[in-house]
Design a protein around this ligand. Structure first.
Ligand SMILES: [Zn+2]
Length: 139
């Protein structure tokens, strides 16, 4: 179906996908909250305003939509029209992700990247977050 869209329709379609991709962020935030972690959202003191930041731990969590960040999983198929345009866009997004993580690291911040497709297994997600963050209570 998507192949018959005009570029304008495709833009609107993709904008809806982008907004829909905030759902994985909500899944992670709800989980962190339920585990007792306190965090900041879109924390401006770290390059790239990470989705979720833990200032006292100098750790942050980025949640990447599989489509926009070209994860390579089943959620991240490249559109079959304007393929070169999308490939270039995905490459820019990936470069930006890498650069921001390096910039954050240079300032002493560690980043955990969670992919959209990884927010479906809550037990696994819980283990990864607690491994990365340590106890919800700061000693
Ligand atoms: Zn994925």
């Amino acid at each position: 179906m998507a192949d018959r869209l005009t570029p304008e329709q495709r833009s609107a379609h993709m904008a809806r996908i982008r907004r829909a991709n905030t759902k994985p962020e909500l899944v992670v935030r709800r989980l962190l909250h339920s585990l007792g972690y306190r965090f900041r959202v879109q924390f401006g003191e770290v390059p790239g305003r990470p989705d979720i930041a833990f200032p006292a731990r100098r750790r942050c969590v980025q949640i990447h939509g599989c489509f926009w960040h070209a994860h390579g999983c089943s959620l991240s198929r490249t559109p079959s029209t304007r393929t070169e345009f999308w490939k270039a866009k995905f490459a820019r997004n990936r470069e930006r992700d890498d650069r921001l993580e390096r910039d954050a690291s240079a300032l002493g911040w560690e980043t955990l990247t969670i992919w959209e497709c990884e927010t479906r297994d809550i037990a696994d997600l819980t283990r990864r977050l607690t491994d990365f963050l340590g106890s919800p209570r700061l000693s």
